[in-house]
Design a binder for this molecule. Sequence first.
Ligand code: ADP
Ligand code: TZD
Ligand code: MG
Length: 576
Amino acid sequence: MPEELIEEMQEDVALTDGFHLVIDALQLNGINTIYNVPGIPITDLGRDMQASGMRVLSFRHEQNAGYAAAIAGFLTKKPGICLTVSAPGFLNGLTALAHATTNCFPMILISGSSEREVVDLQQGDYEEMDQLAVAKPLCKAAYRVLHAEDIGIGVARAIRAAVSGRPGGVYLDLPAKVFAQIMDAEAGEKSLVKVIDAAPRQLPAPESIARALDVLKGAERPLIILGKGAAYAQADDAIRALVEKSGIPYLPMSMAKGLLPDTHPQSAGAARSLALKGSDVVMLIGARLNWLLSHGKGQTWGDQPKKFVHIDIEPREMDSNVEIVAPVVGDIGSCVQAMLDGMGKEWAVPPTEWTAEIKDKVDTNVARMAPRLQNNNSPMDYHGALGALRTIIKERPEAILVNEGANTLDFTRSIVDMYQPRKRLDVGTWGVMGVGMGTAIAAAVEMGKPVLAIEGDSAFGFSGMEIETICRYNLPVCVVVFNNGGIYQGAGVNPSGGSDVATTVFVKDARYDKMMEAFGGVGAHVTSPDELSQAVNAAMDSGKPTLVNAVIDEKAGTESGRIGNLNPQSVLSKKK
Ligand code: ADP
Ligand code: TZD
Ligand code: MG
């Protein structure tokens, strides 16, 4: 429409356009934070969002904006929004969308796209791609809006799809033309949809609760496994009450750590192998029997197969790997409450033979680990460095811990105790590298709490440029790079004897701290646990963006950390 005509019309009727309808639709549904990389055709959308009072955080790469949105969804139970340009920007965001879906985090990837007519005839538009078709197999739902008057319903569908049932990633395709479409403001407002009860409670069938309680009653060596679905559900009090009333030892999966404090007397965290091997009945709450639990396969107690009780909102998750004798389908809050109610006053706790066996093992393992955590070796090993950081989290339980790497991930998970729910954020179901800085940024923005990111030097490299973003928004993030000069180890040797370094080795003595200084943040270079402790405490006190380059012995790690068993090895090759 020519501008003179629009001006003429504006004198008579108030107008709105696609840009403003997107903003109004999101705001109407309580969404006020956007993680994006600007460009054609969404530059003005970001600007207008900022003008409308939304917080719009611009990243250096869409993948990191996407990981930020994904974890924002996990932390808030509202879909995190990632906004990108077309084709390459969209593709960069897509990894994070698939990650969100895999991890059951609610997220919406909104991407601008080129004109349908040109895309469908493959006539070579600027950044041409059939984005909807590409996104579909990688997310929970994918929608495209072609008319401004459908923006309200499109946004509403995206929100409901992301958070209802099993949460996941949703793609919303907005072709450039839609943004500029003009419509009558009143009609525009009427076209918006406020999503009522976006994630309705899903009550479990009473007979499923009775069946589950029966199975638990018959157990002699029961175990509860809490997964990140239990953390997501924000039913913290009910879960704690269920664990405590049942008297059953529990194991937290990585991101469920802190749901109950890791120091809780019923925690079997330090006796993981015994708990998994020696239990006869396992109750899973918001955890899948995937590779992280060896698919529940081959697990027996005596000559009996282990019995599984499984609480999950997704009915198809039941029997995914092994038979589930007591499926309980519903939302965790409702299921856990129903279990508690069904236990009544006279619940008999499990035999002390079992609980004492676990407790003994926990005490032995904790005592065995203690001296190793106190070493002040230089260069540091993982135990010395993490001994220092463990104390810092103990003293600052409200801080959010972000963690990725191989050895850096595995040692941190087992050494650093967590005390509060949803404080440990990591690589999730895929074990993906690159979530670090996006996760740290969203954690600081969404929760307003200090963030400590413990990063392998390889892991950090995947999203390292976002430290500029951290400095730009002056976020209270302290990044500790565990610098062992490579992937798993810095000591690998090129087996051919050629002049290239080994495939797993990086530049020696790299100074990641100087990257932070380049953007005005604080850099520190430390070689002992005492120095590490000092630098991190100073960062956590000041809240200033900080990067601590922590020199770790290049030989300290092992190949693939603790999942070396999944790494196929050639028997024919000679390793040095
Ligand atoms: P972990 O990796 O910690 O073992 P998973 O990601 O494998 O956890 O499992 C999380 C599970 O939690 C998923 O199967 C998902 O369907 C479930 N879930 C997520 N939110 C809820 C909820 N509110 N109520 C019930 N189940 C949920
Ligand atoms: N690419 C992606 C996206 N995810 C991955 N998990 C990998 C590659 C493979 N990978 C791992 O599984 S861990 C890891 C890679 C590259 C890095 C390990 O090195 P690090 O940690 O420096 O981060 P440690 O402490 O040296 O083991
Ligand atoms: Mg490393």
